[in-house]
Design a protein around this ligand. Structure first.
Ligand SMILES: Nc1ncnc2c1ncn2[C@@H]1O[C@H](COP(=O)(O)OP(=O)(O)OP(=O)(O)O)[C@@H](O)[C@H]1O
Ligand SMILES: [Mg+2]
Length: 247
């Protein structure tokens, strides 16, 4: 049985979708079958980050409304055959909470077919988490090392910890020079504030920003510290013991 992973945060723009796309691609490259569900129902963008925007014809709302079946809406990545995307609607017409309930059931139903089902969550207060989080799912809380994101991540982690499976923290956009100068909180402060075990540390990397804009995956580009950090995080998600990358 595969695992369902929610990629969540409180604050927006911390890198949930970027990490969902690249962690999923990394796991797919290592031979796992991976499904990404874009759970950002109002602001979908996982299709762009995966380089699949031209190929999405149907979405999860279409399945919900019985306009098509799962196989028709699910897009297989042409260069990464183990990687699949189920997109969020272009225009949301249904009650989002009905759709979150549907995503929850669908992810559960797909566990026998996929090694990992990632759900890229929206930012926000976490109301949707009450629907999506349950004992069968693990939660990756993404945070950037800045006080506003840490406070919101703490709240997200608390919701997840109360109801979900395993909760782990990924600290993204780490800028060592700013941390060393004391401008940003150090990693220990961030982990303490969120009260969640760390599973990944990803540096700020302009190539991650550019690749996202171009719809390219890091695993298809030349090696950088961010690529190594994401690959190592993917290995830890898959249960391997890998030391934290130094950068
Ligand atoms: N490690 C990184 N280094 C540099 N840029 C990054 C990094 N991670 C993410 N970004 C950039 O940060 C921006 C926000 O990323 P992304 O859209 O993945 O965040 P998000 O948490 O999904 O946002 P939202 O809450 O709006 O869904 C993007 O422009 C992305 O390229
Ligand atoms: Mg996003």
């Amino acid at each position: 049985m595969g695992r369902v992973l929610l990629v969540a945060s409180g604050k927006g723009g911390v890198g949930k979708s970027t990490l969902t796309a690249n962690l999923a691609a990394s796991l797919a490259e290592s031979g796992r079958r991976v499904l990404c569900i874009d759970g950002d129902l109002q602001m979908r963008n996982l299709d762009i980050l995966l380089g699949l925007s031209d190929q999405v014809l149907f979405d999860l709302q279409d399945i919900f409304l019985a306009r098509c079946d799962f196989d028709k809406a699910c897009v297989r990545h042409p260069e990464h055959p183990n990687l699949f995307l189920l997109s969020a609607p272009v225009v949301l017409s249904e009650d989002p909470y009905d759709l979150y309930g549907f995503i929850r059931r669908l992810a559960e139903e797909k566990r026998p077919e996929f090694d990992f089902v990632f759900i890229d969550c929206p930012s926000g207060s976490g109301d949707y988490l009450e629907v999506l989080v349950h004992r069968g799912v693990d939660v990756l809380v993404v945070v950037t090392p800045e006080p506003a994101a840490m406070r919101d991540a703490e709240r997200t982690a608390a919701i997840a910890a109360g109801q979900g499976g395993t909760t782990r923290l990924i600290i993204n956009r780490v800028r060592k020079t700013l941390v060393n100068r004391g401008v940003l909180p150090d990693m220990d402060d961030t982990i303490d504030a969120c009260e969640v075990r760390l599973i990944g540390l990803v540096p700020e990397d302009i190539r991650l920003y550019v690749s996202g804009a171009e719809g390219k995956l890091l695993c298809d580009l030349r090696r950088t510290a961010a690529r190594t950090a994401i690959e190592n995080t993917a290995k830890r998600i898959a249960g391997k013991s890998v030391p934290l990358a130094k950068f």
